[in-house]
Design a protein around this ligand. Structure first.
Ligand code: TXD
Length: 324
């Protein structure tokens, strides 16, 4: 039986474009396709690379039993009509490159990528993955003029997943029973919240002593660095791709998953005009709402310190923008 594009049997696939087909981008493409969520366009500056990855993923379709199309390209025109655009393009930290240099390089890449992608998909939601996460998410929003709710950064899902993993490993419980909450910027000053982290509803503060919790909090804060130290050839990409895929799924299926993302704050937690990790509900319009948790003085001070660092780097990045 054949089906015309308008017939009831035709499947109208959603489209997700991933800018940057490196480790995170290509693994995310695989996850999205294998979950049958959407057709995927992967774009990179390196010619041939996204095309090769796309062909490789297409050749797995018959075995994995999904019918999503994966297209590799170096041309933004091929991303047109995307429902979601994910930015994973960037340069990793290399010896001899300072954090400032890296900020400048990735800021330029993310601004260009966001503007070009949104020019072809003006109705898309934009999910930023590139580091420094909170800062470049702000730049992506600032340079595209999208409504703030349609722009979000992926970090809180990953940081929470890491905390969740360490709690489950420490207690020897099923990881699915653990819920962890992490606020703040994606860096050394992130704010894991033990009081709100539970095993089947029981706060971990009832299940572990303070020293053990502090050890797990520190390990969470260093979660990215621990993996870089072990791998030596690059950073984490499996859990980052899974975390981004969860966000893509929540918006494509309008699931209203309650997860931490870098969202634009307009007074919540006493913070304004900043992208930083907070609990949100994610649906088809993007960030449906930001949840304001009651914080202790110490938790609030930790969030303020993290926000101050994000704000300073955002200001530095904005002043660099004028030189692009
Ligand atoms: O929690 C988080 N947000 C993160 C962030 C978790 C993991 C990784 N995190 C950051 O994502 C990481 O620090 C990097 O900034 C990005 C991508 O990480 P990945 O591990 O995928 O890096 P790769 O493998 O180096 O891939 C980057 C790709 C590579 O193929 C480049 O050729 C491409 O980006 N690139 C570009 N594509 C399109 N357009 C431009 N201008 C461009 N520049 C580089």
């Amino acid at each position: 039986m054949t089906s015309s594009p308008d017939s009831p049997t035709a499947r109208h696939h959603r489209r997700v474009s991933i800018i940057g087909s490196g480790k995170v981008g290509s693994t995310l493409a695989q996850r999205i396709a294998e979950k049958n969520l959407a057709d995927v366009v992967i774009l990179d500056v390196v010619s041939g690379m996204p095309q090769g990855i796309a062909l490789d993923l297409m050749e797995a379709r018959g075995i994995e039993h999904h019918d999503c199309e994966i297209i590799g390209t170096n041309d933004y025109a091929d991303t047109a009509g995307s429902d979601v655009v994910v930015i994973t393009a960037g340069s990793p930290r290399k010896p001899g490159i300072s954090r400032d240099d890296l900020l400048q390089i990735n800021a330029k890449i993310v601004v260009e990528a966001s503007q070009k992608a949104i020019a072809h998909s003006p109705d898309a939601l934009l999910i930023v993955v590139t580091n420094p996460l909170d800062v470049v998410t702000y730049l992506a929003w600032h340079s595209t003029n999208l409504p703030p709710r349609r722009v979000m950064g992926m970090a809180g899902v990953l940081d929470s997943a890491r905390f969740q993993t360490f709690i489950a490993m420490e207690l020897g419980v099923c990881v699915a029973d653990v819920n962890a909450v992490v606020l703040g910027g994606h860096g050394d000053l992130m704010v894991p919240l033990p009081r709100y982290s539970t095993v089947s509803g029981i706060p971990i503060t009832e299940l572990m002593d303070t020293e053990t919790i502090e050890r797990l909090v520190e390990r969470t804060r260093n979660g990215g660095a621990e993996i870089v130290e072990l791998m030596r050839t690059g950073g984490a990409y499996f859990a980052p791709a899974s975390s981004t895929c969860l966000m893509v799924e929540s918006v494509l299926h309008n699931q209203s998953r309650q997860v931490a993302v870098a969202a634009y704050l307009q007074g919540e937690y006493g913070l304004k005009d900043i992208f930083i990790g907070v609990p949100t509900r994610l649906g088809c319009h993007g960030v449906e709402s930001v949840l304001e948790l009651n914080l202790t003085d110490a938790e609030r001070a930790a969030l303020q310190a993290s926000a101050e660092s994000v704000r300073q780097n955002t200001q530095r990045a904005l002043s660099m923008l004028s030189s692009f």
